[in-house]
Design a protein around this ligand. Structure first.
Ligand SMILES: [Zn+2]
Length: 416
C-alpha cells in the first residue's frame, strides 16, 4: 500500500517535532500556557500549507486548522483528526535526544545517558508485541514527547499521503493541532464551528488497536472548613482548629474502596488531592470520578455527609461545600453516533489490527469536544509510558496509525 519513501517520512517528521520544546505550564494563566508551543504550531501550519493544505493557518490562540477538500461527489460528512503538541509539565521536554533501537529482540531497554533509566519488559506488557520492531526512546534525561507528537507526525503523514494519492476517495478531512492538552486546557479556545468537522478522532492512544470512547465523568469538590483561631496560650475552651476537623474528615473516608489506590477498571473514586490550611480556615480539594455520571452525585453526597459528621465533632466549626463540574463520559454522546466508533474499528480490522476498547480512567480532549458538539473518540498513536523519561514508541506502530487514519477516511466515503 505504501512505498519505501513514504515509510521513512513519518519517522522523519516525528524526529523533527520532538526537537521542539513544547512543554505546557500548569501555573500559567495565559493562553497558550507557554509561548514556545506556538513555534512548533506555526511551523506545522506552514508545513501543511507547503503540502497543499491551502487554508492551513494558526489562530491567535495557537490552534492550527486546515482542510483537505473532498475529492468525491458523494455526500460525506467532514471528519477531523486532532493531536496536541504540548508535552507534560512533569518532565523536561528540552533537548530531547531520541534513540532508535532497531529490531527489538525482547527484554529490557537500557537508556544510554542515565544508568538508572531502564525500560523494563515486565512494566511494559505491550513490548512483547514489538519483537522485530524499531523502538524510539529518549537518552534517559528527558521525556520523548511521543505523547502526542507521534499523533502529530501520523496525521501529517496521512495528510501527505491523501494529497499525493488522489485515487483514494474521501470527504473533507479536517486537521487540528492544539496546545495545552496536558494542563487540561486543550479545548478552552477550540472553535468547533470554525473547525467544521461533523465527527473527529483524537490520535493520542497507547496500544496498537485502541479505539477509546469511554472516559470518566468528573467533578471537583472544594471544602472550606472554618474554625476559630485565638492565641494558643489562651485558647482553652475557645479555639476550634480547622486542621483537626480536616484530619477527622480524611480519617473517616472509606479505607478499602472509593480511592485511586483501591479501585480499577470501572470503579469510581473520591480523592483528596490537596489540603491547605491553618486553625482558622482549612481548604480541601477533591476530585470525584465515575463512569456513571449519576454516581458522581452519590459520591458527593457521601463526602458532604462525612464532612458534616466531622464538623459536628467540633462545636463551633462550620463548612462550605462547592461542586465544580469538570468533564463527562464521552460515551453518553458517542452512543448516539455508533458509526464513529464502528468505522475506526472497521479500519483497523481491514489492516489486520485487533480493535481494543478500554474505558479511560481519565479524560481526553475528546471528552470535552464530544459535549461541545463534536463527537470525538480517541485512536492509538503508539505512545507508551508517557510523561516519563521511559517514554517510547515503535516506528511500525506509527506507520500503522497513518494507515488507520487513511483507512478511516476511505471508509467514511465508502459508507456515505
Ligand atoms: Zn496526550
Amino acid at each position: 500500500m505504501f512505498d519505501e519513501k513514504y515509510k521513512f517520512t513519518c519517522v522523519d517528521r516525528f524526529l523533527k517535532y520532538v526537537k521542539y520544546d513544547t512543554q505546557s505550564d500548569e501555573d500559567s494563566t495565559s493562553f497558550p500556557s507557554t509561548e514556545k508551543q506556538k513555534i512548533l504550531l506555526k511551523d506545522l501550519a506552514d508545513e501543511l500549507k507547503a503540502m497543499g493544505v491551502e487554508d492551513a493557518h494558526m489562530d491567535e490562540w495557537g490552534y492550527v486548522m486546515g482542510t483537505i477538500p473532498a475529492n468525491t461527489n458523494k455526500d460525506v460528512p467532514a471528519i477531523g483528526f486532532i493531536s496536541h503538541v504540548d508535552t507534560s509539565p512533569a518532565v523536561s521536554g528540552a533537548n530531547v535526544n531520541p534513540q532508535i533501537h532497531k529490531n527489538y529482540q525482547g527484554g529490557d531497554i537500557q537508556l544510554i545517558n542515565d544508568p538508572n533509566q531502564v525500560i523494563k519488559a515486565e512494566d511494559n506488557p505491550d513490548l512483547k508485541d514489538m519483537i522485530g520492531y524499531d523502538i524510539i526512546t529518549t537518552d534517559g534525561t528527558t521525556l520523548l514527547g511521543a505523547d502526542n507528537k507521534a499523533g502529530v507526525a501520523e496525521i501529517m503523514d496521512a495528510v501527505n499521503y491523501l494529497l499525493t494519492h488522489p485515487e483514494v476517495k474521501h470527504g473533507a478531512v479536517k486537521i487540528c493541532f492544539t496546545p495545552d492538552e496536558e494542563v487540561g486546557r486543550g479545548t478552552e479556545k477550540f472553535d468547533v464551528e470554525k473547525f467544521g468537522a461533523k465527527y473527529a478522532y483524537t490520535v493520542d492512544g497507547q496500544t496498537r488497536g485502541e479505539v477509546e470512547y469511554e472516559s470518566f465523568s468528573a467533578d471537583g469538590v472544594v471544602i472550606k472548613i472554618h474554625g476559630k483561631n485565638i492565641h494558643p496560650g489562651y485558647a482553652k475552651g475557645k479555639m476550634v482548629n480547622a486542621i483537626k476537623v480536616a484530619a477527622a474528615l480524611i480519617e473517616s473516608l472509606p479505607k478499602n474502596s472509593l480511592s485511586p489506590e483501591t479501585t480499577e477498571n470501572r470503579e469510581g473514586y473520591v480523592h483528596c488531592n490537596s489540603i491547605n490550611g491553618m486553625e482558622e480556615l482549612t481548604t480541601l480539594k477533591f476530585i470525584i470520578r465515575d463512569f456513571v455520571t449519576a454516581k458522581l452525585r452519590e459520591h458527593e453526597d457521601l463526602l458532604r455527609d462525612l464532612t458534616q459528621k466531622a464538623v459536628d465533632k467540633f462545636p463551633g466549626a462550620r463548612f462550605e461545600f462547592e461542586v465544580i463540574e469538570q468533564y463527562r463520559n464521552m460515551r453518553e454522546v458517542l452512543d448516539q453516533h455508533p458509526q464513529v466508533i464502528e468505522f475506526a474499528q472497521e479500519a483497523m480490522k481491514r489492516l489486520n489490527i485487533k480493535p481494543i476498547s478500554r474505558p479511560i480512567r481519565g479524560g481526553t480532549d475528546g471528552s470535552r469536544l464530544s459535549f461541545m458538539g463534536l463527537p470525538t473518540p480517541n485512536i492509538f498513536a503508539g505512545e507508551h509510558s508517557y510523561h516519563s523519561k521511559l517514554e517510547w514508541v515503535a516506528i511500525q506502530d506509527m506507520e500503522m496509525a497513518v494507515k488507520v487514519i487513511v483507512e478511516i477516511c476511505k471508509i467514511w466515503a465508502e459508507k456515505s
